[in-house]
Design a protein around this ligand. Structure first.
Ligand code: X2X
Length: 335
């Protein structure tokens, strides 16, 4: 057989192997927001990219609304850790019951801007948390964004800490209970999946979440009148895989998976920031009264939440908090 024919045959065989109906392996990905959010879009994009990069060897099925953990958004991380779920997109605050150090990202007023956020989540400080998560059986593939969390309610515009007094606030996790108490509000921890109904029925007066990732796609503006852009706490998300699963993949699959995750989360950050940038105007069009505090007004919120910062910085540990603060100081004010 001459070389040309041989090469041609090899080509045909390779093509046949690629299109042969080998069943794709299904990987289950859990997250706890609705299917309209940027979390969901990022997860879907990951599935598309992974299929593309592995010739269709993997089929990622995305399950929103914490369906796979019985509606419990905190339990997802622990399930991935013990191999009961393959993949997760979850936010730092949801992982704090399992890994208290994850609260570092969300310490009140730690960050002023996205440049500071990116220097830590995409840099060495983020790797400190990756190492701790790995000990819990979770391999972090890439960091994405929930965002700066803004406060909404149905009682009054929030312009100063005193306005928080006595408001019944739904919160996602333990650190925010302490922050809300420091502000004189009545916090109540609740699943995100139950929050819209609770707001609608007046079980709680308000909640706090990022504009681009959650408030707009989940139509929180339909059930809330007032929003204040107080930027009090940043919340990253990450795409993680069960370590047990990860260790069983060959090196090429691991490469494809990490690259797909990095690209998908970069896309997810982009669309989240875009949605946030246009968000205030959109929310006003929907009838929300939006208050944008001045630098001095933000300082008052920063001071009022300082006790919660100090308490949680202690729980996170000085080494980790300093690593974040040093990186942030190096990055500067972003101007
Ligand atoms: O529950 C929330 O508020 C949410 C959607 O932001 C998280 O999952 C932390």
């Amino acid at each position: 057989m001459n070389k040309v024919i041989k090469t041609g045959l090899a080509g045909i065989m390779a093509t046949t192997m690629l299109v042969a109906p080998v069943a794709a392996e299904t990987l289950r990905l859990s997250h706890n927001t609705g299917d309209t959010t940027t979390w969901h879009q990022g997860a879907e994009r990951f599935g598309e990219l992974l299929a593309e990069k592995t010739g269709g060897a993997y089929d990622v099925r995305v399950f929103p609304n914490a369906q796979l953990s019985g509606g419990d958004q905190m339990r997802q991380a622990e399930m991935v850790g013990r191999g009961a779920l393959d993949l997760v997109v979850t936010s730092a605050i949801n992982v704090t019951p399992l890994v208290p150090e994850m609260a570092v990202f969300s310490l009140p007023y730690l960050y002023d801007n996205y440049a500071q956020v990116d220097a830590t989540t995409q840099g060495a400080p983020g790797e400190l948390l990756e190492a701790i998560l790995l000990e819990k059986g979770i391999e972090v593939l890439a960091w994405g964004e929930n965002g700066f969390r803004e406060v909404t309610n149905n009682v009054r515009p929030i312009t100063s800490p005193a306005d928080m007094q006595g408001l019944n606030m739904r919160v996602a996790g333990p650190m925010y209970i302490d922050v809300m108490n420091a502000l004189g509000a009545n916090p109540q921890q609740m699943q995100w999946g139950e929050t819209m109904t609770a707001l609608q029925q007046g079980v709680v007066d308000g909640q706090e979440n990022p504009i681009g990732a959650v408030i707009i796609p989940q139509q929180v503006y339909e059930v809330q009148d007032y929003l204040t852009t107080w930027h009090y706490s940043y919340d990253p998300i990450f795409l993680g895989v069960s370590k047990e699963r990860w260790d069983a993949f060959d090196a090429d699959t691991q490469d494809a998976m990490r690259t797909a995750a990095e690209e998908a989360m970069a896309y997810q950050r982009d669309i989240t920031r875009e949605g946030t940038a246009n968000g205030v105007e959109f929310l006003r069009e929907q009838g929300m009264e939006v208050y944008e505090p001045s630098a001095e007004e933000l300082q008052a919120f920063r001071e009022a939440t300082q006790p919660a910062f100090d308490d949680w910085a202690g729980r996170v540990g000085e080494d980790i908090v300093s690593a974040f603060q040093d990186e942030i100081a190096k990055t500067g004010d972003g101007s």
